[in-house]
Design a protein around this ligand. Sequence first.
Ligand code: TMP
Ligand code: ASP
Length: 239
Amino acid sequence: MSSKMKKLYEGKAKIIFSKSSNQVVAKYKDDATAFNNLKKGSIKNKGIINNIISSYLFEMLNHCGIPTHFIKRVDQKSQLLKKVDIIPIEVLVRNYFAGSLSKKFGVKEGTKLSDTLIEYCYKSDKLGDPHISTEHILNLGLCELSELELIENYSLRVNDVLRGIFYAVGINLVDFKLEFGICKKTNQLILADEISPDTCRLWDLKTNKKLDKDRFRRDLGNIEDAYLEVLERLNLKLK
Ligand code: TMP
Ligand code: ASP
């Protein structure tokens, strides 16, 4: 279906097509990148798997009353979305030490945080997505204080919903990244982008086996199997 639509933007993991003045179609790619594009590759069936997983999780979040851009999945690799202006902030939500947080403070990966931690990065490929404080966000005018408060409130609610969904299928939600946007039609702040093994750290509850993009970042192998395992544990089908 995407062949007839105008391409608006091509990112590292998705292509965005214009559907109407208020709607876009996102087509998920198999391409994988890490470390701000320094490491490049491809993961077999990633586009299909992430489209299915992200569609399911956004549907759950919509049901839980969190406003999102998600309308429906339209085919194997594509979903129909409300058009937004993305706020140039990555919101990192963490339940355990891992990744850059473990590195920064020298704390072993998998150590539980005493409380959920929210961090922010400035979305800028040129600058390598630097970590920023809430004061930086407000000073740089990346969003308003009321929007930042809503972002934090929604992020904690998303964490509660997702932790429950993953815990029920034997997966520990270690951390994840969210993006928000302003809906073109309603001017409302809503959750955007994707939630998938590309954007979350997902560890098996019993063995701590990594079921996410760290398998690609760290050359751990069996990447497609790990993504498929998340899909199957969520009782979703590859179709
Ligand atoms: P980090 O430990 O590398 O800062 O990553 C924290 C979480 O955010 C982890 O689940 C991976 C996710 N993430 C993205 O989805 N995109 C990114 O560009 C980065 C840096 C992290
Ligand atoms: N998304 C980032 C990149 O493509 C980094 C990452 O996910 O590790 O470079």
